[in-house]
Design a binder for this molecule. Structure first.
Ligand SMILES: Nc1nc2c(ncn2[C@@H]2O[C@H](COP(=O)(O)OP(=O)(O)OP(=O)(O)O)[C@@H](O)[C@H]2O)c(=O)[nH]1
Ligand SMILES: [Mg+2]
Length: 292
């Protein structure tokens, strides 16, 4: 059941106002047609494939059903990302063309990190050389410790540092925290954790990677919302659930769209010189990359 805006109280109505944001309405046709490249990176089981499936609106990538790492290869899929399709039937054209790239997770359950490191690096570099990477989604389960976050981001830096020393690439990085599900109508469970991420962790990340801006953080659930009434927990809470899920999608879409005109690209000529060094670096075990 989807609430009609007219039936919402004034305070709730604010949540729906984005539907008419001029920023989205004035996108030219060319901008709407530009295909955005989005790649998901992160630890195994943190929700990369689920997130990309949510973007594509179907089960394109296999999701985890056991403790084993699920995604073993680089996989990609192209399609129209209609973030609010389910909630805005009258505006099916709201969205953009995307190419999503799913990757195997860091911290593989079968110690294949070195092999994965190489193919993830190839996917990143190949996309950056050809059409540019609009967004790198660094996916973390909301319960991930700050040390593990730093470790994963260090791995990302190891992947890219043989090819570029420019901190510009961080402009295209979004930190996406999954498993922030709506439970009994609210998402306040992780409030103090979110505050710590926004303040302490972000400050450390700025120092660690010499950034002059905070990395954007998004809290989302990729889990399909099930009505509380159907689960036998009381009244129907579809309105809250749908609003929360549409809000998760809207926030992610806004962040990706902000980067549509600033894809991270590598210059093939400049990079031909570093290609040999990078190839040698890729041949080295992870964590021993020589940055020239
Ligand atoms: N409750 C909940 N479960 C989620 C969410 N996102 C992912 N999951 C579940 O977490 C598990 C792992 O998700 P995947 O998408 O397979 O994780 P992955 O990062 O692709 O894992 P690998 O392919 O092994 O690297 C699956 O059982 C998903 O259903 C979420 O937001 N909420
Ligand atoms: Mg996966």
């Amino acid at each position: 059941m989807i609430a009609q805006p007219s039936s919402l109280k004034p305070q709730q109505r604010i949540c729906w106002r984005y539907c008419t944001e001029p920023e989205f309405q004035t996108l030219s046709e060319v901008e709407q047609e530009t295909c955005l490249n989005v790649i998901a990176l992160g630890r195994t089981g943190d929700g990369k494939s689920s997130l990309l499936n949510d973007l594509m609106g179907s089960q394109v990538f296999k999701q985890k059903i056991s403790a084993k790492s699920q995604t073993k290869d680089i996989q990609s899929s192209q399609g129209f990302w209609a973030p609010l399709h389910r909630y805005m039937h009258h505006r099916e054209k709201f969205g953009c063309q995307i190419n999503v790239i799913d990757t195997p997770g860091f911290g593989d359950s079968q110690n294949r990190d070195e092999a994965f490191f190489k193919i993830i690096q190839e996917a990143l570099v190949d996309t950056a050389l050809h059409s540019g990477i609009h967004c790198i989604l660094m996916v973390f389960k909301i319960t991930t410790s700050s040390d593990t976050i730093y470790k994963s981001l260090d791995s990302f830096q190891d992947l890219i540092s043989p090819y570029t020393k420019d901190t510009k690439i961080w402009r295209n990085v979004l930190l996406v925290f999954t498993h922030v599900d709506i439970v009994n109508g609210n998402t306040t469970r992780y409030q103090s954790h979110k505050v710590a991420l926004k303040t302490k962790v972000n400050r450390i990340l700025r120092e660690r990677y010499k950034l002059d801006f905070d990395l954007p953080m998004l809290w989302i659930s990729t889990q399909k919302f099930t009505c509380g009434y159907l689960k036998g927990f009381g009244d129907c809470d579809c309105e809250k659930g749908n609003r929360y899920h549409s809000d998760c999608r809207r926030r992610l879409y806004e962040q990706v769209m902000k980067r549509r005109s600033i894809p991270f690209a590598l210059n093939p000529i400049e990079n031909s010189a570093s290609a040999a060094a990078a190839a040698a670096a890729a041949a080295h075990p992870r964590g021993q990359l020589e940055v020239t």
